[in-house]
Design a protein around this ligand. Structure first.
Ligand code: HEC
Length: 110
């Protein structure tokens, strides 16, 4: 009797741990969405198609997702020198947008 009660408690604890894990996971999974909300994702995506895919596909952009904003700033400044139609403001907002994208993120990576 005592043993079976202990097993019930242990099963209950496992279930609660699993539930807590799932809830924490769900809460953290929402964060990337919120982070990109601060930079307008639709604007960032539109700019990418207007100003970047003139010369190359978004494949090399996709390959570099996960890099920080400073890297994107210097890369986009370089793209601008090569002739990309970007204002200084565009470089800033697009760097923030790209730095907020997780590696492999859609729709940049297809
Ligand atoms: C005028 C043509 C042109 C435009 C427009 C352009 N690029 Fe590029 N991009 C290049 C060339 C050429 C290279 C390869 C040589 C180099 O890295 O400078 C390149 C390389 C890259 C790379 C790889 C850099 C590395 O160091 O590995 C990334 C990332 C990139 N471009 C992103 C962008 C983004 C984002 C935009 C739009 C804001 C953009 N490019 C617009 C010409 C362009």
């Amino acid at each position: 009797m005592k043993i079976s009660k202990e097993r019930d408690v242990s099963t209950m604890m496992k279930f609660l741990c699993l539930l807590a894990f799932v809830l924490v996971f769900m809460a953290s999974a929402e964060n990337p969405g919120r982070a990109t909300d601060t930079v307008d994702a639709a604007t960032g995506e539109a700019l990418l198609h207007r100003a970047c895919t003139v010369c190359h596909t978004s494949e090399n952009v996709c390959a570099n997702l996960g890099r920080d904003e400073a890297w994107w700033q210097s890369t986009l400044t370089r793209m601008r020198q090569q002739g990309a139609a970007l204002s200084a403001d565009d470089v800033n907002s697009e760097s923030a947008y790209l730095a907020a994208q997780a590696p492999g993120a859609a729709p940049i990576c297809k």
